[in-house]
Write a protein that binds this ligand. Structure first.
Ligand SMILES: *[C@@H]1O[C@H](CO)[C@@H](O)[C@H](O)[C@H]1NC(C)=O
Ligand SMILES: *[C@@H]1O[C@H](CO)[C@@H](O)[C@H](O)[C@H]1NC(C)=O
Ligand SMILES: *[C@@H]1O[C@H](CO)[C@@H](O)[C@H](O)[C@H]1NC(C)=O
Ligand SMILES: *[C@@H]1O[C@H](CO)[C@@H](O)[C@H](O)[C@H]1NC(C)=O
Ligand SMILES: *[C@@H]1O[C@H](CO)[C@@H](O)[C@H](O)[C@H]1NC(C)=O
Ligand SMILES: *[C@@H]1O[C@H](CO)[C@@H](O)[C@H](O)[C@H]1NC(C)=O
Ligand SMILES: *[C@@H]1O[C@H](CO)[C@@H](O)[C@H](O)[C@H]1NC(C)=O
Ligand SMILES: *[C@@H]1O[C@H](CO)[C@@H](O)[C@H](O)[C@H]1NC(C)=O
Length: 365
């Protein structure tokens, strides 16, 4: 098609699009190279078996953070035949950079023989991880048994505190599978701020009346979504010595601001600091557009949004920037209110004839 029009700077526009597009390719290639974020300090191991060990945790001297009240040393021992991370002798199954740690916590088991004589068991327990707190949202405290009561003791607002629950049943037909509401199983929510935790499972009558289907009392913390009570547990939990639970971790016992003033502050570049409840420290988090380990000096690195998911619309190309991204139109298109529409390419010829300038524009789609 051939026609006359005032084409303005159309030709230049498509030139610009082309140039930018070449620039885009280069940025994309450069960004793709920096994807694996470091988790640990330089020259430090960042895993133990299949568990990631992000700093402030570490497995060897010089690789973890030491605090007066808390050490982040993970013992990565191979004595069981495969690498097993432990903290204060508790098996660790996952450490999240967001401030959680999944562990396998011992349960309190209190068993009797048929005549009511207590068997040697694992009764009174303390939570052996000082200054890592029990997640009140992710865990429940549970007792299982039909001649059972339990105490959960500790310190709350600097004073001793006791709570607990009980379950007394006489016939296994009373048990409702899937329901832990007082028949064969009871649970309590964990009070926020509970420290120096101790707990145990006890029996009123040494299980004499229920021994045939329930010879033991059990008490344990367990990750809420990993527990559904069943009749079989009245006997089988003897074989479950540990249960999955979630601990919370944080840095220090002071706020971001106090830590900054004292020079204790460790959040790295491009990160934000947030205070926990007072006296329980602070956490670091990468700013929006960044990802990685915010507890390392340069741990938060730019996310290549363009590589993560489809961010742009049809006929657009995604351009990563430090901390964000933007979308450009592909060649031959230009933006009209965020959408890319075809640009008409055109060629303008100026023709001077005497005093007149003729302007001819050839457009093609
Ligand atoms: C890491 O180890 C290498 C060789 O083992 C050494 O040359 C380098 O200095 C170490 N870097 C740090 C930060 O310790
Ligand atoms: C924080 O921990 C230090 C060292 O363990 C201790 O001396 C201090 O009293 C603690 N502060 C608070 C507010 O708990
Ligand atoms: C690490 O754990 C192993 C096996 O439980 C134990 O033998 C070793 O003493 C522990 N090391 C430290 C430093 O606690
Ligand atoms: C918990 O407190 C109760 C009441 O004070 C006490 O009888 C019990 O022995 C305590 N249990 C543990 C495990 O500390
Ligand atoms: C409860 O589950 C056990 C197995 O754990 C099963 O033997 C029993 O029949 C179930 N009871 C009911 C009422 O569904
Ligand atoms: C108890 O152990 C058995 C066998 O390992 C496992 O299938 C079950 O899920 C465990 N129960 C709980 C509540 O963790
Ligand atoms: C985190 O950083 C962002 C941007 O740098 C800022 O707007 C926000 O207020 C910060 N949040 C906190 C809790 O410091
Ligand atoms: C700590 O919490 C208590 C109540 O839980 C509150 O009275 C106090 O002001 C808080 N202190 C700080 C420094 O936030």
């Amino acid at each position: 098609m051939l026609f006359w029009e005032n084409s303005g700077a159309m030709g230049f526009h498509s030139m610009l699009v082309l140039v930018t597009w070449v620039g885009v390719m280069l940025t994309a290639i450069m960004a793709a190279a920096a994807i694996a974020y470091p988790l640990a300090l330089p020259n430090c191991s960042d895993s133990c078996g299949d568990v990631n060990i992000p700093y402030p945790f570490g497995t060897t001297e010089g690789c973890y953070r030491k605090e007066e009240s808390r050490h982040f040393l993970i013992n990565c021992s191979e004595s069981s035949g495969h690498p097993q991370p432990t903290l204060w002798n508790i098996d660790v199954t996952r450490i999240s950079i967001e401030g959680e740690m999944d562990v396998m916590m011992d349960s309190s088991i209190n068993c009797y023989d048929q005549s009511g004589t207590p068997l040697p068991t694992n009764n009174e327990l303390g939570l052996q991880v000082p200054s890592f707190t029990v997640s009140v949202t992710k865990n429940k405290f549970v007792a299982v048994g039909c001649d059972t009561y339990t105490f959960l003791n500790g310190t709350l607002k600097d004073a001793p505190f006791t709570t607990g629950c009980q379950s007394i049943c006489n016939d296994k037909r009373q048990i409702v599978n899937g329901s832990c509401s007082g028949i064969g199983c009871c649970h309590i929510d964990i009070p926020e701020g509970l420290t120096k935790v101790r707990f145990a499972a006890y029996s009123y009558k040494s299980h004499k009346d229920v021994w045939s289907f329930n010879p033991c009392s059990f008490a344990f913390f367990i990750q809420e979504d990993k527990f559904s009570f069943s009749l079989a547990y009245l006997t089988s939990l003897q074989n479950n010595r540990t249960f999955p639970m979630v601990l919370d971790w944080a840095i220090g016992n002071e706020t971001c601001e106090v830590a900054r003033n004292k020079g204790n502050y460790i959040c790295g570049a491009n990160s934000n600091c947030s205070d926990l409840k007072n006296g329980s420290g602070y956490r670091c988090k990468c700013k929006k557009g960044y990802d990685g380990n915010p507890y390392l000096k340069d741990g938060c690195q730019d996310i290549d949004e363009c590589n993560v998911e489809k961010k742009c619309l049809e006929k657009q190309i995604c351009v990563n920037e430090v901390g964000s991204y933007h979308c450009l139109c592909i060649k031959g298109y230009h933006k009209v209110e965020e959408v890319c529409v075809p640009s008409r390419s055109s060629l303008t010829i100026y023709l001077a004839v005497g005093e007149y300038i003729y302007c001819m524009s050839i457009s093609y789609d």
